[in-house]
Each structure stands twice: as C-alpha cells, then as structure tokens.
Unconditional design. Structure first.
Length: 252
C-alpha cells in the first residue's frame, strides 16, 4: 500500500480510536512519541547490515542523511579540549546505537564508561559490544554515580528529544556528578536552530505529538550550567533532521 494511503488510513483509524485512548503504529517504523524506547533494535541492525554499514554509519548516513555527523561532533568536542586531559570516568545518557560512544572510546581511553539508557535491547547490545557499565536507569537520575566523580557526562540527541522534566532532572544530576575540571556535552534545540525556513521543515515532517523536537532557550542552558560553576567552552549548531540542534560543551 502506498505510504500516503497508509498514513491516511492510520489517521482515520486513530481518530476513531482516540476516545478510547488507543492509537495504532506500524511495528517497522519509528514512533516519534515513544522517545524512551528508541528505534527498533533488530530491524535497524538488519538494515545496517543490508546497507553494508556499521550501525553508527547507517544512522548518520541513511536515517539522518548527515554522513560523518557523529564523528564531526566528537571532533568539535575535541577541539574545545574535552579529551586533552584526564578522562578516567565517562557517563553517557541515552547512547542509543552507540555511535558517539564508539567514537569517544577512540578519542580517549577512560577506565570506566557508564551508560544510562532506557531502551533495553540497545543497552544490552552496548554492554556486549563495548564492555560499558549499564547503570540502573530510572529515566531522570544518575543515582548509581557518586558525587563529583565523573570527567565527562555527555548526552547527544537526548535533551533535544525528551520531555522538559527529564532534561531538568538530568541537568541537576550532571551538576552533582561532574568533578571540578570535568566536562558536560549535550545538545538542545535553541533559538539558534529555529530561524529561516526551519519551522516550515518541522511542520512538513511526519512528526506530530510528543516531546521531539524538544526546544529550550539557550540562555536557560547557559545560565543553569554557569550557576553550577561551569563555563561555556564551545557551542555548535549541528544537524538534526529536518532541522538542527545546538551542541553545548561546558567545563567546570
Ligand atoms: C534520539 S535517541 C539518540 C541516541 C544516540 N545518542 C544518538 O544520537 O544516536 C535518544 C536516546 O535516549 C534514550 N532515552 C530516552 N529517554 C531516556 C531517559 N529518560 N533516560 C535515559 N535514556 C533515555 C533513548 O532510548 C535513545 O537511546
């Protein structure tokens, strides 16, 4: 069935089901509302294999249409000095396929790499593939990580995706666990990403309800981390289909 007919059919059925609080979604496509479960594991791995790509390259090149974008983000972080000093303990929130994790492990050799990830199949895969430590993930805290114990906490395409309260709670936790001299790297969709024709591009996308894309005034991000003793080391607008998101790198 043509995608447009399927979409219309789905929309009619969902309107009929709405009073019951029920919606239908295709099992083989991504449900943009379901940010905690991420894209389906098996079909994504199979599609990457079929394309002859690593899963990270598949996400960059095919799904996101931005070849090399995850390496480019790691290079930007490196240019601000993130990987120049001591890097014993790294924490990543929402690593997903591990496309940034894999490149971070090439940029530095931390003794310990902790992940907090809500999508079970992806976190299982990362633990097996990269021997990282999966921490119990309640979806808003870094409870298993000690105060002032971490050199870098990073979260890519997470705070630009999840509801405000998740971001708000994780930011406080980042401020708790990052040591003096440590780093925070993450992106949010700020006003720097919403000029020109970008609103038209978002409106024309298939995305409707849900927290993605999650918008945050850049002043709120900068003021929060500054108030916790961080200084802005770099900020970069990076692609996030069909628009962009702003990567912030803070040093404490
Ligand atoms: C848009 S994906 C980005 C994945 C990966 N960082 C990347 O850029 O390819 C968001 C990731 O955050 C995870 N996630 C969503 N909500 C979360 C939460 N509350 N705590 C931890 N991880 C979460 C999802 O399962 C997914 O892996």
């Amino acid at each position: 069935m043509a995608p447009v007919i399927l979409r219309n059919l789905k929309s009619v059925v969902n309107k009929a089901l709405a009073p019951m609080g029920v919606t239908i979604t295709r099992a083989d496509t991504h449900d943009w509302n379901d940010v905690a479960n991420f894209i389906p594991f098996e079909p994504t791995m199979a599609a990457a294999r079929a394309a002859g790509l690593t899963v990270g390259d598949y996400i960059d090149s095919i799904l996101n249409e931005a070849p090399g974008s995850s390496q480019s983000t790691i290079d930007k972080m490196a240019a601000t000095g993130v990987f120049a000093g001591r890097m014993d303990n790294v924490v990543e929130i929402g690593p997903g396929t591990g496309r940034y994790l894999e490149k971070t492990l090439k940029a530095c050799k931390p003794g310990r790499y902790e992940i907090y990830e809500t999508a079970g199949p992806w976190s299982d895969y990362l633990v097996k593939e990269y021997s990282v430590a999966l921490q119990p993930t309640d979806g808003y805290s870094l409870a298993a990580t000690a105060d002032a114990s971490v050199d870098l906490v990073q979260a890519h395409k997470v705070f630009s995706t999840v509801p405000f309260m998740v971001t708000c709670c994780y930011w406080h936790e980042m401020a708790r666990v990052i040591r003096p001299g440590g780093w925070a790297a993450f992106d949010v969709v700020t006003e720097s990403c919403l000029g020109g024709d970008v609103l038209r591009a978002w409106a024309r996308s298939d995305i409707r309800n849900g927290s993605f894309p999650a918008v945050m005034p850049r002043k709120v991000a900068v003021d929060f981390f500054t108030s916790k003793g961080f200084a802005l080391a770099g900020n970069f607008v990076v692609p996030m289909k069909p628009g962009s998101t702003e990567l912030f790198v803070f040093k404490r």
